[in-house]
Design a protein around this ligand. Structure first.
Ligand SMILES: [Zn+2]
Length: 326
């Protein structure tokens, strides 16, 4: 049975780690979800030596623990950019990092002598929302992040949808287009992430300009494209209609796949530009199933960090049976 709000009942200190492709955040999280001492640093994404990644994380964990070391550690929760293998506690093959098959759970539990549990960052995001955010009290929730990449986490009937090794709901790889045929970080074509994520948006814009024989002035970043939309650039605004169709295609697929009562949107690209992205997207969503509530996360980007804290108390969060992973 789903329980919301204060939930973890653990002795000692819980440390949460949100290991992203660009930034890594580490914090001590209290039982009510209050964030204590925290550190943030650039992820050494170009390093390929796995022991360096474990060393980088253990240094940050030791920093947040400094001054609180008399308290025992109840556990470390890791939210990591997928794919993951939560059965073995291994970071498998993150597309935006140079690491391969990093046995993070083993390394960190050897250093800190406490349980270490790993979860895909979007699964952490939906857990954070269920305990402390807009998912509280609900049973069927999808968390969608549009950031450097695009990902999803699903609670269905009060249970976290994990999949075989913790990679269910990789919605960024839903097929959303066959007109522009753009490549994705996974190597395949036509995927949502290859169009609407922060990393790929400039490529989509360039291809859209080429396709429609528009002059392409070569913005390097998604931020530059959003800035020119705000200045009223007609072509960019026309491009945004197409972008909204792509986002609506992805959200329509989310709705028919999971039939959620609420979709919680997060991620820097979405959070900073919801005024530009949401109205048209809503218009283009298929109305085959009833439209769920669609809201922005109000956890200030900390949903994955809070979700990482949730799993320090065990994988049995009240959302379901986590097999032998815990
Ligand atoms: Zn893909």
């Amino acid at each position: 049975m789903l329980r919301a709000g204060k939930h973890r009942n653990i002795m000692g200190q819980a440390v949460a780690v949100d290991l992203g492709a660009t930034r890594t955040r580490v914090a001590i999280i209290g039982e009510e979800g209050q964030i204590g001492e925290r550190r943030e640093a650039r992820t050494p994404a170009k390093e390929s030596d796995p022991s360096r990644l474990a060393g980088f994380l253990s240094a940050l964990i030791s920093e947040v623990r400094a001054g609180h070391q008399e308290e025992s550690l109840s556990g470390i929760g890791l939210s990591v950019a997928g794919p993951v293998d939560i059965i073995r506690g291994v970071l498998v093959n993150p597309p935006n990092m140079a690491f391969r098959d990093v046995p993070l759970r083993e390394e960190l539990s050897r250093i800190f002598h406490c349980p270490v549990r790993m979860v895909n960052d979007c699964h952490a995001g939906v857990l954070g929302e269920m305990h402390y955010g807009k998912g509280q009290g609900k049973q069927d929730v999808v968390y969608v992040t549009i950031s450097t990449g695009i990902g999803g986490g699903v609670i269905s009937g009060g249970r976290l949808l994990l999949g075989r090794k913790g990679n269910a709901a990789e919605i960024g790889h839903f097929l959303v287009d066959n007109t522009y045929d753009l490549p994705c970080s996974c190597g395949h074509r036509g995927h949502w992430e290859g169009y609407a994520s922060g990393r790929f948006l400039p490529w989509f814009f360039a291809e859209w300009c080429r396709f429609h024989a528009k002059p392409h002035w070569g913005p390097d970043t998604a931020e530059e494209i959003f800035a020119s939309a705000r200045q009223g650039d007609d072509d960019v605004l026309r491009f945004f209609r197409e972008l909204s169709r792509i986002n609506a295609r992805g959200i329509s697929d989310v709705i028919v796949a999971y039939d959620p009562e609420i979709i919680i949107l997060d991620g820097a690209v979405m959070q900073s530009n919801a005024d530009l992205l949401l109205p048209d997207m809503r218009e283009f969503i298929d109305r085959f199933l009833p439209l769920p509530e669609i809201v922005l996360s109000e956890l200030g980007g900390d949903a994955p960090l809070l979700g990482a804290a949730v799993i320090t108390g065990g994988y049995e969060t009240g959302f379901g049976d986590f097999r032998s992973a815990g």
